[in-house]
Each structure stands twice: as C-alpha cells, then as structure tokens.
Design a protein around this ligand. Structure first.
Ligand code: 5GP
Ligand code: ZN
Length: 136
C-alpha cells in the first residue's frame, strides 16, 4: 500500500533498526518502545490485521515470533516477554498493517497489566461463552 508506513519500512523507503528479514517478513525496533528492545514483526505484504492474514502467513509468523522472542530476551537480558497484537483502533491499533509486538519485560520495569473486570455472575459468563461459540 502506497501510504503505509510499515510497507515503506519493509521496502527500505523509511529507515528502521532492522532485527531480521527474509523473503516474507521484516522485523525492526519500535520507534517508541515500552522497554529497550521492543521489537515489531510484520509481513512484507500489506494485510491490515489478523482477520485478513492468510493462514500460511500466520503460521510462519508464529514461528518467527517465537524465534525473535528468544533473541530479544537474550539480547537485552530480559526477565520475560509480552507478545501483543492490536487489531482495530478500539484495541489500540494505530498502524493498519498487521504486526506483532515483542516487548521485553524486566522484573522492576513498572509496567502493569490491564485491570481485570470480573463477570457480575456465572450466568453472564456462560451467556457470553455461548455467544462466542455460536460465532465460529
Ligand atoms: P499499534 O498501536 O498499531 O499496535 O503499534 C504501532 C507501533 O508502531 C507503535 O508502538 C509505534 O511506536 C510504532 N511505530 C509507528 N511508526 C513507526 C515508525 O515509523 N518506525 C518504527 N520503527 N516504529 C513505528
Ligand atoms: Zn502496509
């Protein structure tokens, strides 16, 4: 896509701190990291989100996410790794080119998980589970 920042990074038209590249994928440091070593992985072809990623690309990128997570963890001597994919703006997706975040975590990094919002009762949880199962 012509005006997509991540397409331009994959094509070398916008500079980035490259971590990995092959025929189908490109990986680079996030410009505004949650922690040093925060890395992004993208398919070189433009797909907007997980819903439109072809299964084959998703399978391959899953293996790459594992490989790069291990390298990031070792590279910055992290205590843990968060793997995040934001899909749609409501979920925080800013760049509409599918990507995975590999975020190194440190025991004392001060980042917190989202707060839990417990179901008010068991019935509501069961109803929601049914609605999701009916949507396959
Ligand atoms: P999203 O919220 O869409 O999941 O995350 C997009 C990420 O891309 C953000 O963490 C942001 O810092 C990163 N980002 C946006 N523009 C650029 C850029 O031009 N270069 C790099 N390296 N990262 C970018
Ligand atoms: Zn793109």
């Amino acid at each position: 896509m012509n005006d997509c920042v991540f397409c331009k990074i994959a094509q070398g038209k916008i500079p980035a701190d490259k971590i990995y590249e092959d025929e189908k994928f490109f990986s680079f440091l996030d410009i505004n990291p949650n922690n040093p070593g925060h890395t992004l992985i993208i398919p070189k072809n433009h797909y907007e989100n997980i819903y439109s990623l072809p299964d084959e690309i998703l399978c391959d990128i899953g293996l790459l996410v594992k490989k790069i997570s291990i390298a990031v963890k070792q590279g910055v001597n992290a205590d843990g790794i968060n793997i995040i994919m934001n899909n749609d703006s409501a979920a925080g997706q800013i760049i509409p080119h599918a990507h995975f975040h590999i975020i190194p975590r440190f025991a004392d990094d001060g980042l917190h998980h989202w707060p839990g919002k417990p179901y008010p009762n068991k019935e509501e949880a069961s109803e929601i589970a049914e609605e999701i199962k009916d949507s396959f």
